[in-house]
Design a protein around this ligand. Sequence first.
Ligand code: HEC
Length: 110
Amino acid sequence: MSARCPRSMKQMMRVVAVLAAELSGTALAQNVENGQRLSERWCAACHAIGPAAPRRAMAAPPFAAIAAKDGVTADMIVSFLNLPHATMPNVPLHGNDAQDIAAFILQAGK
Ligand code: HEC
């Protein structure tokens, strides 16, 4: 009987791991929503943020075009957002906001 204990413990850990993975999947979806909200507020004046959105300021690439660039990663977008940028206003981003916006930009290219 007691020899079975470690095994069922392992099984339970596996269930916990699966649950955790599912939860983080949900969190990811929420992050994209946060990124979209922030983008609508801070970026849409210059960037076309959705596939159907009209192009705005001539020099600002639409998010879908940024997402479609070769080798673009969430990390690159995050570091871009965290650097002061001459052509872009400094946006007050907190916590995971930059990551959330990056996730939103990347899914705009799908
Ligand atoms: C005042 C206009 C303006 C606003 C507001 C603005 N941008 Fe930009 N952005 C630009 C311009 C112009 C460029 C292209 C020129 C450059 O890279 O310097 C650019 C470039 C970028 C790039 C790099 C694109 C590439 O090809 O490497 C990213 C990523 C980006 N913007 C994200 C954002 C995000 C996210 C926001 C909102 C938080 C935002 N921008 C708000 C004008 C703006």
